[in-house]
Write a protein that binds this ligand. Structure first.
Ligand code: DQA
Length: 152
């Protein structure tokens, strides 16, 4: 029997409170839950020949541990919405600096239109690129970007 080779593995990481999407400030973040967003990503990834790995945690250290594990697994790409850790976490920045694959930072809301403390991202200069302000569609855009980068 022929075994199908797994495609490049892209990790989709969501930080604190993003498990509450759909319920949390829907005027800002929309009405889709994270499971629905991930399902849509899974469908798109299949068509692009990419494997996706989904992870969400409300705990900074748990996210760092996951990134350390991902580092050992030769990842093809990272799509990350760090939630509020975007604006606070040097530790998350340092962990992501371990990785040499493309990193796309996603924010559902346009953080630059919001409170001044959200205008700073500790990942801004280390991410390959950012998708900001397009709601859940931003994750799809990030996936398309990683796909293009891997093809290039
Ligand atoms: C967010 C923006 C952050 O400022 C906020 O803390 C979040 C969500 C976004 O997707 O728009 O949790 O990352």
């Amino acid at each position: 029997m022929q075994t199908k080779e797994a495609g490049p593995r892209v990790h989709v990481i969501n930080g604190p409170n993003l498990n509450m999407l759909g319920k949390r400030e829907p005027h800002l973040y929309g009405s889709l839950g994270l499971d629905e967003i991930n399902r849509g990503l899974g469908t798109a990834a299949k068509a692009l020949g990419l494997e996706l790995d989904f992870f969400q945690s409300n705990h900074e250290g748990v996210i760092l541990d996951r990134i350390h594990k991902i580092f050992e697994e030769n990842p093809a790409g990272i799509i990350i919405n760090p939630g509020a850790l975007t604006h606070t976490s040097v530790a998350l920045r340092d962990a992501l600096l371990l990785l040499s694959c493309p990193i796309v930072e996603v924010h559902l809301s346009n953080i630059h239109k919001r409170e001044p403390f959200r205008h700073t991202s500790f990942l801004a200069d280390i991410a390959t690129g950012h998708v900001i302000g397009f709601g859940h569609y931003g994750y799809q855009m990030a996936l398309a970007a990683v796909h293009q980068l891997l093809k290039a």
